[in-house]
Write a new protein. Sequence first.
Length: 183
Amino acid sequence: MKNFSLQLLMMLFGLTTVVFSVSSCNKSNLSPPSSALKQQQVAAAAKLNALTPAIPNFNLEVILRGEGKAFGHVEFRQDNDADKIVTLNTWVRDLEPNHEYQLQRAVDTNLDGNCTGTAWLTLGKGLQPQSIFTDENGIGREELSRNLSAVPSGTTFDIHFQVIDAQSSEVVLTSDCYQFTVR
C-alpha cells in the first residue's frame, strides 16, 4: 500500500515513478567515495566553473558595521534602463540619536577584491549630497541615487562604503569590498 501511495503521489506531481525500499538500505553497503572519484568530482566542478560565464554584479546588498551594535544596510539597485540610475536605499541603526550622517563610496579599477580607493564621494540625490538623519532611537533611512550614464556599460570596479558623522567627518560605519558592474 505504501508503494502504491508513493507511486500515485509521484504521478500526481509529474515525477518519474521510482520505487525503493528503505529497509534494504543499510550503512554497511555505503562506502565513502574513493580519492580518485573525489578528484574527478573536483575536476568536473572546476571545469564547469570555468565554462560558466560570471554573472556581473549589477545589484549589491551592502552591509556596514561599526562599534558595538552600530549597523547599516544599503540596497544598491541599478534598473535595466538607458538612464543608468542607481538607487541606494540606505538604512542605519544604533547610531547617535537625532544626528546627521552621510553615506560615502570609493572605487578602484584594480579588480582584486581589495578596495584601495580613497577618493570618497558623498552620495545623495543625484549630484546633490543628502544627509541621513537618525530619529530618537538612532535609526535613519534615506533613499539616495546616483546617475551612472557617463560610465560605459560593462565597466567593473571594486567599491566600498562608509558612513560618516556629518559634523565631525568621523567614520562610524564601514563595509567590506564589493565588485560592481555598470549595466
